[in-house]
Design a protein around this ligand. Structure first.
Ligand code: CTP
Length: 150
């Protein structure tokens, strides 16, 4: 029997195939306000064909490019499904860009990107799965990218 863990949504976004344990980081990226009246569902460690995964469903919400890039860094195998009237009308595999500008803060406090200069953070992606990034300015490689997402 097919087990139903979370009900389908009518309109909104389903972020599926999230690396197990990373759903809470995805919620953080989405900055859902306490005042939200939308239905938000989170399931962690559900079984799938390819092993355990997390899923986040947010009603009445579509994601912008910056949010999708942040999710890619947290969960490189995630898919973003757009739901309209209960149907999946679009499905995108997230993709980590070759360079990350402005969405991750360098963990080196003396990096020029953390100075008062108007310099946006800039990272070069050296590996995509698992994601490894290196600061363009100071070459620091952060250990945990999910902790320094702006
Ligand atoms: N979904 C939902 N509400 C809907 C339709 C779909 O919450 N009205 C969810 C499904 O539960 C699933 C995701 O959106 O987690 C993608 O749906 P679908 O493409 O139908 O599932 P699969 O074919 O299993 O997706 P994939 O091949 O990407 O694993």
């Amino acid at each position: 029997m097919k087990e139903l863990k979370v009900t389908p949504i009518k309109n909104g976004s389903v972020i599926d195939h999230i690396t197990p344990g990373m759903a809470l980081k995805v919620l953080h990226v989405l900055k859902i306000p306490r005042s939200t009246t939308s239905v938000v569902s989170v399931v962690m460690n559900v079984k799938s064909k390819h092993g355990p995964k997390d899923i986040v469903k947010v009603e009445n919400r579509e994601l912008d490019a910056s949010e999708v890039n942040k999710i890619a860094l947290i969960a490189p195998k995630a898919t973003i499904n757009i739901i309209r009237d209960y149907e999946v009308i679009a499905k995108h595999q997230v993709e980590i860009p070759d360079e990350i500008i402005g969405i991750v803060k360098c963990s080196n406090p003396t990096c020029v990107s953390n100075s008062k200069e108007p310099v946006k953070s800039h990272f070069i992606v050296t590996s995509k799965d698992p994601p490894v990034i290196k600061c363009y300015y100071c070459e620091r490689e952060p250990d945990d990218i999910s902790d320094i997402i702006i």
